[in-house]
Design a protein around this ligand. Sequence first.
Ligand SMILES: [Zn+2]
Length: 439
Amino acid sequence: MLHPEIESLDREAMKALQARKLAALGERLAASPAWREHFAQAGMHPRDLAAPDGLAHAPTLEKADLRARYPFPLLTVEPARVARFFATSGTTGLPVLFGFTADDLRLLTRQVARQVYCCGVRPGDRVYQGFGYGLWMGGPAHERAIEAVGATCFPVGPGRSELVIEWLRDLAWNVATVSPLFLAHLVRAARERGIDPKKDWRLRTAVVGGQAVSRAFRDQLEGEFPAGFTVRNNYGTTESGGPNLGATCPHSHERDEMHLINEDTVLTEVLDPKTLQPVAPGEIGEIVVTTLDKEASPVVRWRTRDLTRLGERPYDCACGRRGMPTIGRIIGRSDDMLKVRGVLVFPSQIEDVIAGTPGTVKDAWQIYVDTVDGAPNSMTVAIECERTQEGARPDLAAAVARGLAGRLGLKVPVECHPHGTLPRYEAKAQRVLLKERRP
Ligand SMILES: [Zn+2]
């Protein structure tokens, strides 16, 4: 543990710490007219966060609340005190800006350093930092964290794969912080150039984030590297103040889970998306976050729309982090959850089937959904075949269709496209594309 004084707190001590910080947060928000107005919608005042059930009754925060306060939504400090702005990836509409004071940047460094340490990054490691820079915080946050734990950072960012596959060999990088799809791309690019990641690279750990991938995808990726190599998840959102929510310890990695590892600074609820009541262990819920320490652009009960399963025994991990519950991987977004002919479908289920079918390209696939009056009516899955499988396209499509029928209980048409024809995504992949059909 990088911060044993916090990471080894038990659940009661953690909740007491959160309660003290919630009261202080309420005081800070009470000074902001925009926050007072937001709480007033629920008949509350920010100071009500000090009450034992204050947070559970507080209004949730949605994208529309932020968009309505363009361009600096709920900034809460003077703009001149902001050292840096980051933004959401903005797949629809303008990006939403989030401010960070100098203290917020120090907080971010501490949060992400704890995560990468939990994921196995150690002083002296040589880290290929492959997350993006610019307005997106993935790159800058990891760069600070890598330096803070005493490892050596090579801030290449995404892209430049020709260079990266050579340097992975020549500079003997042993850790990569990177999107899982880009790592898969690097493996392919290396093989095409006669470089064998199993023999020629020294990677021991990849800390991946930025998008949800299936267990099958992870297992396949781990199989491309020498024995002992692990792909560790690191999860967060811009609204929570960075890639600062989830991280995998060696024990939770075995169960395909991660810890909510910054519970002392970002309080996380896992709630039923319909009733907003906490889910029981083992159940699926939406991650809802409250930033406890952030000065600029704090959030209270931000609905991430990310769905996960709370661990079966969330407070009982053998690593000793008993105040920080475990959750499963992100299984999709509540926005992406589809109900097709009465059957609930998550894109991650479809990804599992594609990743488990040899000959398909794991990171190039789409779901096309026909809607009638805005409601999903039918869907088609588009996949790509590996370059060497060009002749087997109809067979691949049939194999995936069989897999989907078994997994979803739905007959889904599958189209298999030539290699390189479907879109690739560097950050968050948009797998579900809606198409309105006029009846
Ligand atoms: Zn653990």
